[in-house]
Design a protein around this ligand. Sequence first.
Ligand SMILES: [Fe+2]
Length: 278
Amino acid sequence: MDTHAPAYDINPENVTEKVIASFSMETPRGRKLLTSLVTHLHGFARENQLTHDEWAMAVGFLFRCGEISSAKRDEFMLLSDVLGLSSFVDMTDAPVGATEGSVLGPFYASDSPEVAVGADLRPTHHGAGLLVRGVVQDAEGQPIQGAAIDMWQTGENGLYATQDDHVPDSAFRCKMACNEDGRFTFVTVLPGPYMVPDDGPVGELLRAGGRTAWRPAHFHFLIMAPGFRSITTEIFFEGDRYLGTDAVFGVRKSLIVAPHREGDRDIIDLVFRLAAAG
Ligand SMILES: [Fe+2]
């Protein structure tokens, strides 16, 4: 087909190729991704004989996703999550030998306080709390020097500090440089399960599809170290009733842990493995 024919010579048979030909991407990867995107997008419309009303509904849906998004809420990330796209990329772009990844989610805030190993992340330090002990290792199980974590979780009520007016924004999250032996510890509480925000367009989609908005309780972790590929992952808890129906498909068997008791304290031991970069 002549893709260089005048732009007014467009029909349903040649429009896909004309659109693809109209882009001149600098990199082969960019060209491949854009070509594939246009092909699949047009293919979707072609296969389903998309009507004007349906097309307008889809564009309006995306518009409303943008409208409700803010610095504290990313509806597009949530859309990616509930459609399983985030999990798909987490699984297929995974470094070999590393801890399995899981969704970043819409609540990541990059300004968590930098605290020392052993910090108590609770806003009020009543009782022994839950002690989390972890180590960051390489793919062979050797501790990594210079590793760091970025952790965020909800309180027991299922609210992130940024959503909860009763606790300071800095609660239940931290950035922490690990010890020389790759170890870190912090004191916190077991997080609570929560519903992903369902008052926006993604919530409408979940309801229309008969889906639940609930997520099992979890910690979020970013784990990084110089010379290693960073990972974004989550930790879940044995017995959680939402493990099998996570609204964002983030649960992996290898990421489920069970706290154990030592003296007056509940303890969780974690091992994270990173793969070398490059
Ligand atoms: Fe979360």
